[in-house]
Design a protein around this ligand. Structure first.
Ligand SMILES: Nc1nc2c(c(=O)[nH]1)N[C@H]1C(S)=C(S)[C@@H](COP(=O)(O)O)O[C@H]1N2
Ligand SMILES: [Mo]
Length: 274
């Protein structure tokens, strides 16, 4: 037996050997992983391209997109709920412009086409609510949000403002039928709405006004609107906070500059989008 084999190590020597072994192993693992990472990077970099990104990256990006699409179906649409989840007792908030008397038998909405020059008589239409109701009925169940901090799922019925604008040639600078898809350049930039007495008023950007969920509403929970919720017709615009949902529409007009807005005049955000 050699003396070397029988050599007994001191505790300190044993510890040193252990540290050396571990250090070498760590470095080997480090270089191996570095090498693998480098190879992977080279593989991704040399891979064929798919829509301007290398294919492996594109695959991961597409996967991410699919995962996120599950959570956000159409980011431009407000989330809709089932009618059974809608509040039976719909909250009432704000009654500015609802105190004056109004025509309850033959209510007409004043629609003013955009007229940059001298307004002509033919540019102003007085349309009975009963006539607006002939358009296809659209219902929306969404979470109504007030800047005061409350929200409530509620169910409204009415007609799409887009349909109204198409029928009466509103919202365009030249009186043509609005075609947001093909001729956005012909659209006015803003719509303004007022109560019959002019006490409450809002300004709305045109993309929000022509949004598919924006309706002139005459029903809540399948019943005609009560007075305090804007009878006979109000605005429901799910992409906006409650302040923009003007109750009892007297006039709708169009403009290239932001129309006056009751709460914006008092310091709130003009856009008030959600
Ligand atoms: N004419 C009119 N419309 C109005 C208001 C108002 O005071 N007057 N308040 C607004 C605000 S702040 C909110 S939150 C909603 C409330 O609608 P609701 O009463 O149907 O809940 O109406 C909006 N429309
Ligand atoms: Mo509100």
């Amino acid at each position: 037996m050699s003396t070397k084999k029988n050599k007994t190590y001191t505790e300190e020597e044993l510890f040193d050997r252990k540290v050396r072994r571990r250090t070498i192993r760590s470095f080997l693992i480090f270089f191996l992983l570095f090498f693998l990472a480098f190879q992977a990077w080279k593989w991704i970099d040399n891979a064929p391209k798919d829509k301007k990104a290398s294919k492996p990256l594109r695959t991961v990006m597409d996967l991410n997109a699919r995962i996120f699409a599950r959570g956000y179906k159409n980011p431009s649409l407000a989330k809709e709920f089932s009618k059974s989840t809608a509040a039976r007792k719909v909250r009432v908030n704000g009654n500015i412009g609802l105190k004056s008397t109004y025509d309850t038998t033959d209510y007409k909405v004043k629609l003013v086409r955009y007229s940059p020059y001298t307004p002509k008589l033919s540019d102003t239409l007085y349309i009975p609510v009963s006539e607006l109701m002939l358009l296809p009925k659209t219902e929306v169940v969404f979470s109504f949000k007030c800047i005061e901090g409350w929200s409530q799922v509620s169910w409204w019925g009415g007609v799409r403002f887009l349909d109204v604008a198409k029928k009466y040639h509103l919202a365009t600078i030249d009186g043509s039928e609005p075609d947001p898809e093909n001729h956005p350049e012909k659209l006015c930039k803003f719509a303004g709405l007022k109560t019959p007495d002019g006490q409450y008023y809002v300004g709305i950007d045109m993309p929000s006004m022509l949004h598919p969920q924006t309706i002139l509403s005459f029903e809540v929970n399948g019943n005609p609107l009560p007075e305090n919720q804007g009878a006979p017709i109000r605005l429901i615009i799910p992409v906006k906070y409650g302040i923009k949902h003007l109750k009892r529409i007297g006039t709708i007009f169009f403009s290239q500059t932001p129309p006056p807005d009751y709460w914006a005049d008092r310091g709130y955000d003009y856009f008030s989008g959600l």
